[in-house]
Design a protein around this ligand. Structure first.
Ligand code: MIC
Length: 651
């Protein structure tokens, strides 16, 4: 059978299972990516595996998220991570180098390889033809420990791009927004999107990166652009021509599904609050006042993304960012920062009144630059979940750099096509001179590693302990949540909360703080509880704090209509039962305070029972709950979590 590229890569890395969509498989990982906000817990869990050295070809610890140093907490984390990386064989990218995904694409991504990253947008590396998957910190720790990664074998969807982005002001961001419009935020679940067709050839690597990054926002497992001449050229400019690998889908390769997009027909799109899939044509929202315009983030912080707004400002002869607008720009990496500084783009933006930020995730994760209250913010970012910006009642619109560039002039969302032809961009200087890895520190030699002491600041607490499951679960419903709850509702973004990423007891205090402020109080009073939720529960980020905090608070099980892939796995890895309603209407029977029992949970998991029995004690209603737990996952739950499971297995 003619194999697509994803299937070939998975085949080559298959450790266990059969490559049939929906079947549990495990895959060997070549590379691992960690960032600071997830890396602290990931590496502290790695320490518990007692493996002296990370066992992947390349592992890189970045610092790009928690970079606001309001006090000692974040710098203490950075210091600990640097020492852990040195000791355990990871490269360490110092703060200021740039956004993990952007640097990884520049310096480490390699066609044909696999990567697991403790960040949902790890998918970005698929722009170079890798199968790159986002996961919770514990799963990444386990991969560093030399184990393969467990996942359901994904379907492979061919996204066939025809035509070209030849309409003025239409950009790569519009391609992924179009996919979000068509498929929704959960439409990519358990799917890898492989991009084919003549339309891909014209897309630069950063444009492919924009698309592959936001495959995560479709709930997708990965996005893969088979490598081509553009990939080769990109790697050569990065002084990494030797990393090019000529892998490709077989001629007439088969796919599980096919989507076609004619790029010549696309127009500029905008995702309205509060979900990346709430997509509308720009003309529908044109005229909406905005108090803030932010350009950058892992999806749109490449040279052209910044050069276009720079050129728009310069082209308008002295016009500046509208007085009622605060505008920011973030380069993706030190390389991009140097390029815009040398080409003059930095000056164009700065002269125009754009606030220039350092190369980090920044406002995308609410790390500063929160918008004013009661106002709209327009951002070239990938997510707009409620409150993510740091302002509780925020209203964030997502768009391309083209829409952002024209809107910052008027203080309203504008249709860029009204502006005639786009201006000439200042050309990018030759890349080669800026390629330098002096700020990415190699680990210590193995012989020296043992002596490295790990400094831990007072905010750093060890991960919570796991306890084996009991024969039955009896607990009260601590909250009932609607569809599309994001991990940001559970473990919020922003400077204040994210500073507790290495302190689970402290971060737990913020769980559901906006959605259900009484939730924590109930759990403290009752000692344990259950969460009942709608569809796509736990969408968005990979942050395992969305499972660690409930674990710490005593949550025993989450019963949802459906789960987002990474969060479901994070719950299981932390020993929290994640099951679904067989009959979705049973969700309507759930009320806070009811006592539910799962009377034979341990036995049913051990036996591999098809359904899990449950009972609402208050009404006497019996429920049959469904699950898609693999044999391993059932064993993980019985052991009380992935670490205990691995420990038991090794005994
Ligand atoms: C995100 O974009 O939501 C984040 C912040 O990068 C997260 C990681 C985190 O919460 O630390 C992600 O995408 O996984």
């Amino acid at each position: 059978m003619a194999a697509n590229l994803t299937k070939q890569i998975l085949e080559e890395h298959l450790a266990e299972g059969e490559l049939k969509p929906g079947e549990p498989i495990s895959i060997h990982m070549d590379q691992a990516l960690l960032q600071d906000a997830t890396g602290t817990m990931a590496l502290m869990q790695f320490e518990e595996l007692e493996v002296p050295r990370a066992k992947v070809q390349r592992a890189v610890q970045y610092v790009d998220h928690n970079v606001v140093q309001l006090d000692y907490k974040n710098p203490d984390d950075h210091r600990m991570l640097q020492a852990l990386a040195r000791k355990y064989g990871l490269h360490f990218s110092r703060p200021g180098n740039g956004i993990s995904h952007y640097i990884h694409m520049e310096r480490f991504g390699k066609p044909g390889q696999t990567m697991l990253g403790a960040d949902s947008h790890t998918t970005q590396a698929g722009c170079l033809g890798m199968v790159a998957i986002g996961a919770g910190g514990l799963d990444v720790a386990v991969v560093l420990g030399g184990h393969p990664y467990e996942i359901l074998c994904p379907e492979v969807v061919e996204v066939h791009l025809t035509g070209a982005l030849n309409r003025p002001w239409v950009q790569a961001k519009d391609i992924i927004l179009e996919l979000l419009r068509r498929l929704s935020a959960s439409g990519g679940k358990n799917k890898v999107l492989e991009f084919t067709g003549p339309g891909t050839a014209d897309l630069s690597i950063p444009e492919r990166a924009t698309i592959a990054n936001m495959v995560a926002d479709l709930g997708g497992t990965a996005g893969v652009f088979p490598p081509d001449e553009r990939t080769r050229d990109w790697l050569e400019r990065q002084d990494r021509g030797g990393d090019f690998v000529d892998v490709a889908p077989d001629p007439e390769a088969e796919y599980d599904e096919r989507i076609e997009i004619d790029l010549s027909e696309l127009g500029p799109l905008v995702a309205k609050p509060h979900n990346p899939d709430n997509v509308a044509p720009v003309e529908e929202v044109a005229g909406t006042p905005v108090a803030q315009v932010c350009i950058g983030s892992s999806v749109n912080s490449g040279y052209n993304d910044l050069a276009l707004p720079g050129a728009v400002l310069a082209d308008r002869g002295g016009q500046i960012v509208h007085p009622d607008v605060a505008a920011t720009a973030t380069p993706g990496s030190r390389q991009i920062l140097t390029a815009i500084a040398e080409s003059g783009v930095y000056r164009q933006l700065s002269d125009g009144g754009v606030r220039m930020l350092e190369p980090v995730c920044g406002p995308c994760v609410g790390m500063g630059q929160a918008p004013p209250s009661g106002a709209n913010s327009l951002r070239t970012f990938n997510r707009n979940f409620p409150g993510r910006s740091g302002t509780p009642e925020d209203s964030v619109y997502l768009c391309s750099p083209a829409v952002a560039a024209v809107s910052l002039l008027s203080g309203k969302i504008e249709d860029p096509r009204e502006y005639g032809q786009p201006p000439e961009l200042l050309p990018m200087p030759e890349l080669r001179p800026y390629v330098d890895d002096v700020h990415i520190f190699a680990p210590a030699e193995e012989g020296d590693a043992e002596r490295i002491e790990i400094p831990r600041g007072p905010n750093i607490k060890r991960p919570p302990k796991h306890t084996p499951i009991e024969d039955r679960i009896e607990a009260r419903v601590a909250t009932v949540q609607p569809d599309d709850i994001s991990t940001g509702d559970l473990a919020p973004d922003g400077v204040e909360v994210m500073a507790y990423r290495s302190n689970v007891p402290a971060i737990a205090e913020f769980t559901f703080r906006h959605r259900d402020p009484e939730f924590r109080g109930r759990l403290k009073e009752w000692g344990s509880g259950l969460i009942v939720a709608g569809h796509n529960y736990g969408q968005g980020s990979s942050r395992e704090h969305a499972a660690l905090a409930p674990l710490y608070l005593g949550v025993k099980a989450v019963i949802a209509k459906s789960f987002a892939r990474i969060h479901r796995r994070n719950l299981i890895a932390q020993g929290i039962v994640a099951v679904t309603f067989s009959d979705e209407s049973d969700y309507d029977a759930a009320e806070v305070g009811q006592t539910w029992t799962l009377p034979a949970i341990k036995q049913e998991l051990q036996d591999g029972a098809e359904t899990i029995s449950a009972r609402i004690e208050d009404t006497g209603q019996d429920l049959a709950l469904a699950h898609d737990l693999s044999e391993h996952e059932r064993a993980i739950l019985v052991a009380g979590g992935l670490l205990s499971y691995l420990r038991n297995r090794e005994r």
